[in-house]
Ligand binder design. Structure first.
Ligand SMILES: Cc1cc2nc3c(=O)[nH]c(=O)nc-3n(C[C@H](O)[C@H](O)[C@H](O)COP(=O)(O)OP(=O)(O)OC[C@H]3O[C@@H](n4cnc5c(N)ncnc54)[C@H](O)[C@@H]3O)c2cc1C
Length: 585
């Protein structure tokens, strides 16, 4: 049931079983699974508007127009990033039902087996291991045929996918003119350029077809809103969703077992001055995402007592790690002007073509607009005997886990030039070093003020730039394959280094051009039960408190070696099972 302003008196007097803060990627998973039990009455409070009927959020190819600086974006900017020559970096986050899954660029990657086995080791909870999380990846996933219905045999491994879940995934929905060239390049190069049937099996090393959260038959974005809050679920009488409702804080009115118990949330509607409350008899679930969950915690007196005192906020639960330990992925894109008129660049600047592509998408669910940003993706591990690791710890999560990702786009990924056709190859540093940790801090005692975000990009001097250099060299090797010989004309930016560039030239390029891939995690990190640091226990429960769990990407103690949404869906599925088990009696 979608609620509106006129339901507020009812919201204030209802004793919900669960109140979920944030109708984003993770929040909607929990809302859906808990309301499978008709006895659980659930309220979701989402700060942003509804996503219903917004074409830009539905058409896959329009994903690059949903952020930054739009109505569906929190429109954040980081503080100055020393690793990027002091740049202030745009930092989008979804501000809409479905959260960041409604605005992201659709890439579906899970990370490696070693990532999850490291979570299990670090948290002392085997439930976080790859073998125990794979069923949750599958539970969330609905692998669908691609929109063009091409034969996908040999393009993915069905045994590692789910076909009955609520988040749709598919292979590219329209062929591009570079597909064959890319395949030829991999065949020609060898070395790190090997084939991998399915990079989402837990063993991601090698290259293969990209998978995206696109529902093939409708050629539409699959978000946590379109999937987990689909019409049939919104008809449940026990599921209540209120949009434009921004939570300021969670409130504790009593203690339980000697610790503060949180049962009530405070929020405003439509940016107004009046504060309303809603209460849960069983649990509050904080799913406001890796930038906003720590902000809501700190507004509530949960965090570093000394930081909170700077803003006059009384300490209720002293947890110094709230907002700390932020891990993000640095990304850099290299681009070339190409001898072709078959790239997608014209679709990014010619409004007549855009109208045509949109009409084709509406009429047939085919064509350019059915595709996301990439056709092929791959993962590379720097050899263990690399000189980078002589004096520095190898930051990979374990054996078989990559250091960087490479993906290929049939257009210039970034600001579109007014003319020309382009190829872009992007690389993401998947393993930021131990010192590349940023933070989220309060900037004001106003609970609705924008927080201070430090993304920690390229902040670890021991490994970050050295590994990024290897990643850029790998991209340059890929672009030098004979298959591109009569295709690539020249670098789009004359400052872009070539294969014979010195390390100093590469470093300058890297520090100048690296930006965030927006895979923010860690700010409400899980640690072992009873551990000194951390914010939540392995079962998502806030430490030193009762009645509150955190379920979103902020709980991951390290960033996975892949884009972060698949892991977020899987962890939310697991959390929902744990919450149900707690209240099964
Ligand atoms: C531009 C961009 C592109 C990306 N591309 C990819 C990609 O291609 N593939 C991939 O795997 N990952 C991608 N990511 C990352 C991925 O989408 C996120 O890691 C993931 O969706 C985070 O899920 P979450 O549940 O933690 O947070 P979110 O999905 O952000 O959910 C948080 C929700 O809480 C709401 N909220 C916040 N504060 C409050 C409050 N005070 N009161 C009420 N509600 C509140 C928000 O509006 C939001 O709806 C991308 C991220 C960005 C920003």
């Amino acid at each position: 049931v979608m609620l509106s302003e006129r339901d507020l008196p009812h919201v204030a007097t209802t004793n919900y079983d669960f109140v979920i803060v944030g109708g984003g990627t993770a929040g909607n998973v929990v809302a859906n699974r808990l309301t499978e039990n008709p006895n659980f009455n659930v309220l979701v409070l989402e700060a942003g508007p509804s996503d219903a009927g917004v074409l830009a959020l539905q058409v896959p190819f329009l994903c690059t127009t949903t952020t930054p600086q739009t109505l569906w974006d929190w429109n954040y900017t980081t503080v100055s990033q020393p690793g990027l020559n002091g740049a202030l970096v745009g930092y989008p986050r979804g501000y809409v039902l479905g959260g960041t899954s409604s605005v992201n660029c659709l890439v579906y990657t899970r990370g490696s087996k070693a990532d999850f086995d490291r979570y299990a080791n670090f948290t002392g909870d085997e439930g976080w291991s790859w073998d125990n999380m794979l069923p949750y990846f599958k539970k969330s996933e609905k692998f669908t045929p691609p929109s063009d219905r091409h034969n996908t045999a040999g393009q993915f491994d069905p045994s590692v996918h789910g076909f009955d879940g609520l988040n749709s995934v598919s292979l590219p929905g329209a062929p591009t003119a570079i597909d064959d060239r890319f395949e030829a390049a991999i065949d020609q190069l060898g070395g790190e350029f090997t084939w991998n049937l399915d990079t989402n099996s837990g063993s991601p090393l090698g290259f293969g077809w990209s998978q995206a959260v696109i529902d093939g038959p409708s050629a539409s974005r699959s978000s946590s809103s379109t999937g987990y809050l689909a019409r049939e679920f919104l008809l449940r009488p026990n599921l209540h969703v209120l949009v434009n409702a921004q939570v300021s804080r969670v409130i504790s009115e009593r203690t339980r077992d000697g610790v503060p118990e949180f049962k009530t949330v405070e929020f405003r509607l439509n940016g107004g001055d009046t504060l309303f409350t809603a209460s849960a008899s069983k649990e509050l679930i904080l799913s406001a995402g890796a930038t906003n969950t720590p902000q809501v915690l700190m507004n509530s007196g949960i965090g570093s007592a000394s930081h909170l005192s700077e803003h006059g906020i009384p300490s209720i639960v002293d947890l110094p790690d709230v907002g700390e330990n932020l891990f993000d992925h640095p990304i850099i894109t290299l681009s070339w002007r190409v001898d072709s008129n078959m790239t997608y660049d014209d679709y990014k600047r010619n409004s007549a073509l855009q109208d045509e592509a949109l009409q084709t998408w509406k009429d047939t669910r085919q064509g350019v607009y059915a595709n996301g940003i990439s056709q092929h993706i791959g993962f590379v591990r720097v050899p263990d005997n690399s000189s980078i690791f002589v004096n520095a710890t190898n930051p990979a999560s374990g054996p078989g886990s990559p250091h960087f990702e490479i993906f290929v786009s049939n257009f210039l990924l970034g600001a579109t030039p007014s003319e020309g056709n382009y190829l872009s190859i992007s690389t993401i540093l998947l393993t930021p070093g131990d010192n590349a940790r940023g933070s989220v801090k309060l900037n004001s005692s106003d609970p609705f003020a924008i927080p201070l975000i430090d993304a920690g990009l390229l902040a670890d001097d021991a490994t970050d730039v050295a590994l990024m250099r290897e990643a850029v060299k790998s991209v340059l090797r890929l672009a030098s394959a004979p298959a591109w010989g009569d295709y690539i004309i020249e670098a789009a930016d004359s400052a872009q280094p070539g294969l014979n560039a010195t390390d100093a030239q590469l470093d300058t390029f890297i520090r100048t051009n690296t930006r965030s891939a927006y895979h923010v995690v860690g700010t409400s990190s899980i640690t072992r039960k009873g551990a000194e640091g951390g914010v939540v226990d392995p079962d998502f429960k806030l430490k030193k408190a009762a009645g509150l769990r955190i379920v979103d990407a902020s709980v991951l103690p390290f960033v996975p070696a892949g884009h972060s949404q698949a892991a977020t869906y899987a962890l939310a599925e697991r959390a929902a099972d744990l919450i149900k088990a707690t209240h099964s009696a």
